[in-house]
Design a protein around this ligand. Sequence first.
Ligand code: NHW
Ligand code: EN5
Length: 424
Amino acid sequence: AHGFWDKQPVPKLAEKPDQNEPIETKTVADVRATPYKLPPGFSWSSVDVADEKQLGELYDLLAKNYVEDDDAMFRFDYKPEFLRWALTAPGYYKDWMVGVRHASTGDLCAFISGIPVHTHVRGKEMSMCEINFLCVHKELRSKRLAPKLIKEVTRRVNLRDIWQAVYTAGVVVPSPVADCRYFHRTLNARKLLEIGFTRLGPRMTQLRFERLQKLAPEPVIEGWRPMAKHDISAVAKLLNAHLAKFALHLRFSDEEVRHWLLPREGVVSAYVVARPKAAADAAAAPEAAPAAAAAAASSGAGAAAAAAPGLSATNDKGETIVGFASYYLLPSTVLRHAKHSDLKAAYSYYNVAGEGVDLTRLMECSLIAARNEGMDVFNALHLMQNETFFKELKFGPGDGTLHYYLYNWKCAKMKPSDVGIVLL
Ligand code: NHW
Ligand code: EN5
């Protein structure tokens, strides 16, 4: 059934592996030294996203030909600034941005990208490649160009002595390591109804629906503020400690936290919950602030075994960071609509509710912040601990599922709550 995937080092669909190991082991000397052959009329061309013109060409290809929902009502519209962010990861390689051009016109007609990441799978850490933005122009579909792109990027990754990859897709191919549903939280009820993103249930009026989705005007947690440069190392500590709870997760260096999580206007938003230096000091001195001290003692390093210790980290200004929340901004084009041309969506990224912070309240603040940034909808996957807040915060299941994959790795299937990776 899968002429291509059946020959790749991935588990078969029927397989129920219990190992945690590579499927095949090779060395750089085994890797083909020359690019795969393309059909006549096409040529390989690495896309330099630092070059404004090439970034624009990639944007155009994806804006017209990338992922749509099942009913072809919406298509992802990754903006040029977003693509630059997504593809210039720390340590990125230009030759992992694999493009295909028409030899005659020079037009970019297909693409796949890889970036380097440190991935943990059930306790094993590996340097991997994270694959994204596989796209073939609509006029060139079903000609087996995608397998060519996948084999060529694999070759270029293998030449750097990397043998595993992590990727997600809305379609099922051999073989998902986890399956995560999309959930959606309405922020602009009227617009979502107008564009057919959502419908009113039985006995629901637009007015009732709008009232039901109402949120507070401003974030409700004390100490909530945008993440700044002086929070980078504290956020890295908090985030890596949190992610270690999940069977599948990445490890972020400080440099990667700076790249992926420092706010970028119109691309990624990130907030911390910071306790002022004085309050943190007071919490450490019982006679000064008994209540705060009790809370600290019940969750601090020397606490009794009863309470789970809450996470916290000190930032470069001496504040205690006890929470972190982030989302990325990815609009979709509304296809064939007279009044609206785009759907503004925020996607839940990485969130950590540390000591004394409730995850539901943290996410409520994210919803409010996203709404105040003009977003129409807030999307989140059913992974990590997200299920714990969906009901109270009025998220509902969407019609899409995101499947998680590992290339050249055999391990037991994971529950969505084991998944600690969010890709763009
Ligand atoms: S998922 C988004 C993928 N992109 C889109 O859906 C955009 C719209 N669609 C298209 O552009 C995020 C085309 O339909 C594409 C397929 C290009 C999808 N994953 O050329 P043919 C990612 O970027 C298989 C994996 O004739 P086409 C992750 C399909 O099963 N395989 O089809 C990407 C069939 O193989 P089979 C996919 O429609 C991860 C073959 O392609 C797939 O003209 C990539 C048909 O090829 C998908 N999303 O083009 C894997 N879609 O065996 C990375 C189709 O069933 C692996 N196929 O016969 C790791 C590499 C690095 C390793 C390093 C160690
Ligand atoms: C690689 N990084 O299907 C990503 N989106 O549910 C590539 N549905 O938006 C793979 N069909 O359910 C991406 N509204 C795979 C996802 C592709 C895009 C996709 C789904 C996810 C989606 C919407 C619109 C459906 C339109 C008709 C949807 C219902 C929302 C409703 C809000 C109120 C509470 C209940 C749910």
